[in-house]
Design a protein around this ligand. Structure first.
Ligand code: NAD
Length: 291
C-alpha cells in the first residue's frame, strides 16, 4: 500500500505551472489573475478560499478576493459576476460553494462567462466535458486525474466505483473516468444514496472514489485487496485529544482500509491540494486562451 501524496504532487505540478506562466508573462504583459467570491462566514469555505489565494501568490498569479456577508442578495452577487465577466484583467472566476440558502447556486454558476469558468461548473463546461471537447474540467475530478497520472496509474479497463453523484465531484468524476482518452477508459459504476447493493459493488471495484460527505463511511469490508482508494470527503469530527477539540477525516475509514489497498489518498493532504492544483491549471489555461 502506498500513500498518494497530494501535497508533494501538487507542489511538483505547481512548479511547472509557475515556470510556464513566468516564461509567458513578458509577452502577455501581466500574470494570470483569479477572482474568488466568498459569501458568508462559513469557516471551512474561508479556509478553502484562503488556500486558493495563497496558492495564487506562490505561483506569481494575481488574485482578487471579494467578500460579502451572508445577507447579500442574489441580485448583488449577479452584478459582481457581471463585472468580473467584463473585466479584461480577470482570467478566472470562482464562487466558493455552498452559497447561503436564499441564493440560487445554479443562477450564479450559469452567470459566469464560460471562458472564465475555472471551477468547471458551468453547463457549457460540463457539456463539453461530456462530449470530450476542450473545456475547463471540474477542479476536484481534474485534480484526481492529475494525481493518478503523476503516479503512473492507468485506469483503462479497470472497474471504478464512484460513491456520490454531486454535480461538482461524483458525476463529473464518473464521466472523466469512463470517457475515451487519457485518464479514462475505465468501466464505471456511479452509486448514490438510493443504491441498494453498495458493498457488493465496492467489493468488485479496482478503484473506489468516495465523495459522500459522511465520516469513515467506506469500511474495510467494502474494499477488495489491492484496490485504489481515492477519498474526497472532508469531515470535521470531535476529537478530545486535540487542542482544537476536533480533526478532519475523510469518507474512508483510513486506518482499517490502508492495509488492504494498493494506493490510498490521506485526508487531509490528499485530494484537497490536488483540487487547488486543478483550479490553477484551469486559470493558467484561461489566461493563455485570452492572449
Ligand atoms: P454532496 O452532499 O453534494 O453529495 C453527496 C453524495 O453522496 C450524493 O450524491 C448522495 O447521493 C451520496 N450519498 C449520500 N449518502 C449515501 C449513501 N448512504 N450511499 C451512497 N451514496 C450516498 O457532496 P459533494 O459536494 O460531492 O462532497 C462530498 C464530500 O467531498 C464532502 O465531504 C465534501 O466536503 C468533500 N469535498 C472535498 C473536496 C476536496 O477538494 N477534497 C472538494 C469537494 C467536496
Amino acid at each position: 500500500m502506498q500513500l498518494l501524496d497530494g501535497v508533494g504532487t501538487a507542489q511538483r505540478i505547481q512548479d511547472r505551472i509557475r515556470e510556464e506562466a513566468a516564461a509567458l508573462i513578458p509577452q502577455r504583459g501581466r500574470a494570470p489573475h483569479l477572482a474568488a467570491v466568498l459569501v458568508g462566514e462559513d469557516p471551512a469555505s474561508q479556509v478553502y478560499v484562503g488556500s486558493k489565494v495563497k496558492t495564487c501568490e506562490a505561483l506569481g498569479f494575481g488574485s482578487t478576493l471579494i467578500r460579502r456577508n451572508a445577507h447579500t442578495s442574489e441580485a448583488e452577487l449577479l452584478q459582481i459576476i457581471r463585472e468580473l465577466n467584463a473585466d479584461p484583467e480577470i482570467d478566472g472566476i470562482l464562487v466558493q460553494l455552498p452559497l447561503p440558502k436564499h441564493i440560487s447556486e445554479n443562477a450564479i454558476i450559469n452567470a459566469i462567462d464560460p471562458a472564465k469558468d475555472v471551477d468547471g461548473f458551468h453547463p457549457v463546461s460540463q457539456g463539453n466535458m461530456v462530449l470530450g471537447q476542450p473545456t475547463y474540467l471540474p477542479a476536484t475530478p481534474f485534480g484526481i486525474q492529475l494525481l493518478l497520472a503523476e503516479y503512473g496509474i492507468d485506469v483503462s479497463g479497470k472497474h471504478a466505483v464512484v460513491i456520490g453523484r454531486s454535480n461538482i465531484v461524483g458525476t463529473p468524476m464518473s464521466i472523466l473516468l469512463s470517457r475515451s482518452g487519457t485518464g479514462g477508459n475505465a468501466t464505471v459504476t456511479l452509486t448514490h444514496s438510493r443504491t441498494q447493493n453498495l458493498k457488493e459493488l465496492c467489493l468488485q471495484a479496482d478503484i473506489i472514489v468516495a465523495a459522500i460527505g459522511k465520516p469513515r463511511f467506506v469500511t474495510a469490508d467494502m474494499v477488495k485487496e489491492g484496490a485504489i482508494v481515492i477519498d474526497v470527503g472532508i469531515n470535521r469530527i470531535e476529537d478530545a485529544s486535540r487542542k482544537s477539540g476536533s480533526r478532519l477525516v475523510g469518507d474512508v475509514d483510513f486506518d482499517a482500509v490502508f492495509p488492504k489497498c494498493s494506493y490510498i489518498t490521506p485526508v487531509p493532504k490528499g485530494v484537497g491540494p490536488m483540487t487547488i492544483c486543478g483550479l490553477m491549471m484551469n486559470t493558467l489555461k484561461a489566461w493563455k486562451a485570452g492572449a
